[in-house]
Design a protein around this ligand. Structure first.
Ligand code: KIV
Length: 262
């Protein structure tokens, strides 16, 4: 899968699957799957570092995650999130962040929102770096939005998100993530655009879906928003394995002779 395939897939009515990843071990597994694209999201702040929002992760930290993922999944397209405020401090700062992420091995960058940084999006695209947009619930604005809430239910919000999507397409984005928006809004944007939409909590009428890897693997049994489907009860399975190992150690059942050197 290449950047150009995003649009081609939309034209052929083929869905796009994307998943987040932050580390080498999981990237190796993803490399062996049919998944279309990997996002090194700033959700790493929460999933990997236990932060309460995506605000506390730096470009250098994300670049390190990108390096690990690219080493593990050399056959996959890897998109890197631009962290909080990294594209809101002027063109030079934005381009320095882009440079770090691309030199770490990313094939594209993703940034949230549209108002106030469309010129920066255009400049990144004109510099030869593909850009993915992100509208709806934009977690870097969690405080301004009053929490992690569905966006676009009010008519004026609906209209603004539709307009922003068009502006991001015009600025050169190759795709747009739509997070936690009503199904109807996602469908309207998807019909209006030539570039594909990738939904998370946006219903089925989009061109593709993205989920946070650890969320869909059920690694955090306390996190179960409406849109999330567990494809594994990862927490329970891993807890059981660790407890089995612990019991084996206590009972001298691990290691056995085959697992010991003569
Ligand atoms: O950071 C992230 O994981 C994301 C996805 C939720 C789309 O932006």
């Amino acid at each position: 899968m290449k950047i150009q395939d995003f649009k081609l897939k939309k034209e052929k009515n083929q869905k796009i699957s994307m998943i987040t990843c932050y580390d080498y071990s999981f990237a190796k597994i993803l490399n062996s799957t049919n998944i279309d694209a990997i996002l090194v999201g700033d959700s790493a702040a929460m999933v990997m570092h236990g932060e309460s929002s995506t605000l506390n992760i730096s470009t250098s930290q994300l670049a390190q995650h990108v390096k690990s993922v690219v080493r593990g999944a050399p056959q996959k397209i890897v998109i890197a999130d631009m962290p909080f405020l990294s594209y809101r401090k002027g063109l030079r700062a934005a381009m320095e962040a882009v440079e770090k992420l691309m030199k770490a091995g990313a094939h594209a960058v993703k940034l949230e929102g549209a108002s106030g940084h469309l010129e920066i999006v255009k400049h990144i695209v004109e510099s030869g770096v593909p850009v993915m947009g992100h509208l709806g619930l934009t977690p870097q604005s969690v405080h301004a939005l009053g929490g992690f809430k569905v966006q676009g239910r009010l008519p004026e919000e609906f209209k603004k998100i539709v307009e922003d999507a068009k502006l991001l397409e015009q600025a050169g984005c190759f795709s747009i993530v739509l997070e936690c928006v009503p199904k109807k809004l996602a469908a309207t944007i998807t019909q209006n655009l030539k570039i594909p939409t990738i939904g998370i909590g946006a219903g089925v009428d989009v061109d593709g879906q993205v989920l946070v890897l650890q969320d869909m693997l059920g690694m955090n049994s306390e996190f179960k928003p409406k849109f999330l489907r567990y494809y594994l009860n990862g927490f329970d399975h891993i807890q059981k394995a660790i407890n089995e190992y612990h019991a084996d150690v206590l009972e001298n059942a691990f290691p056995n002779d085959n697992e010991s050197y003569s």
